[in-house]
Design a protein around this ligand. Structure first.
Ligand SMILES: C[S@@+](CC[C@H](N)C(=O)[O-])C[C@H]1O[C@@H](n2cnc3c(N)ncnc32)[C@H](O)[C@@H]1O
Length: 296
């Protein structure tokens, strides 16, 4: 990311005046863009809940982009978010949406099921992974869910397959899952520091939580915790294929929805921003559906 940023700053080309917005950027953002997330990963990211209308004037951006964000909203809210993208784009501006590709994973599921059922070596594990890829993020009740558990295995039986599906993030997730399993004194100390920092920054929430623990039964308190987690933004609330996403974009008012590869775009010098591609040109999130549409 930093290398991509450095190259982009060096270029000082025609994109210097590009006004671009990245919604739900996570840790994947370009410093020259306006970047928003519910949980900012850096001072370069503004805190914003996309459930609310964007705080930008109409017709003010050349490009709006979001990657692996739309599927985190229920269908009705997804439509509202896309309508806001349309509003803040300049006429002729480009929306680029990246989501997990429902069609691709559905086709892979059928293939994996047939191979696993026929006893093809290695496909029992691949089948387990594909089913988890489809369902886990929609049904999990705690961070990381079954995905984390799978990546915590050592060794991971079908690592090559998983790495091909997930891309570079697989290695990062495997490392994070491994670290989460450690009970070293350092990790305990780090957890305590984080806990105290949370208490100092959120005294009201801590008191409310203590009261809830006293007032609610164990089952009700657990249900509250699950509900809180499921509203935090990690859960997949819907999935899209090229057909349904293109249709939705047109229903909202965009024109000419088109599919692109991770490294292709109507946005000039797209790969310079390092958002959908790694520095070596590989896809950041393989198995994604990348679609662009324009504001009329
Ligand atoms: C799967 S991550 C994708 C992050 C990044 N775009 C990427 O491709 O790596 C989803 C991101 O959406 C953010 N998000 C989820 N719900 C949100 C909301 N209501 N408002 C703003 N951001 C939200 C999360 O905090 C998270 O950073």
């Amino acid at each position: 990311m930093m290398e991509a940023a450095r190259r982009a700053v060096e270029r000082k080309g025609h994109d210097a005046a590009l006004r671009a917005l990245n919604l739900g950027c996570g840790e994947r953002f370009h410093p020259q863009w306006v970047n928003l997330d519910l949980f900012p990963a850096s001072a370069a990211v503004q805190k914003w809940d996309l459930k609310n209308p964007l705080q930008f004037a109409s017709d003010s951006f050349d490009v709006v982009y979001h990657s692996h964000v739309l599927e985190h909203f229920p269908k009705k809210l997804a439509r509202q978010v896309l309508a806001e993208c349309l509003r803040v784009l300049k006429p002729g501006g480009i929306l680029r949406v990246v989501v997990p590709d429902l069609e691709e994973v559905a086709r892979l599921y059928l293939q994996a099921m047939e191979k696993a059922a026929s006893g093809v070596p290695g496909w029992r594990e691949n089948y387990d992974w594909v089913v988890m890829e489809m369902l886990d993020q929609a049904v999990r009740e705690s961070p990381g869910g079954a995905w984390f558990e799978y990546l915590r295995q050592n060794p991971i039986p079908n690592w090559d397959f998983v790495a091909r599906r997930v891309g570079a993030e697989a290695e990062r997730a495997r490392a994070a899952a491994g670290r989460a399993g450690e009970a070293s004194p350092q990790s305990r100390a780090a957890r305590m520091r984080a806990k105290w920092a949370y208490i100092v920054q959120n005294p009201g929430a801590v008191v409310r939580n203590k009261l809830a623990r006293i007032v609610l039964s164990r089952a009700d308190y657990d249900a509250l915790q699950v509900g809180r987690f499921r509203r935090q933004g990690e859960i997949h609330q819907w999935m899209y294929d090229g057909y349904s996403l293109g249709r939705l974009l047109q229903e909202v008012g965009f024109v000419n929805p088109l599919r692109f590869r991770e490294t292709q775009s109507q946005i000039a010098d797209w790969t310079q921003y390092g958002l959908d591609n790694e520095p070596d040109g590989s896809a950041y999130r393989p198995g994604s559906l990348c679609m662009e549409a324009r504001k009329p």
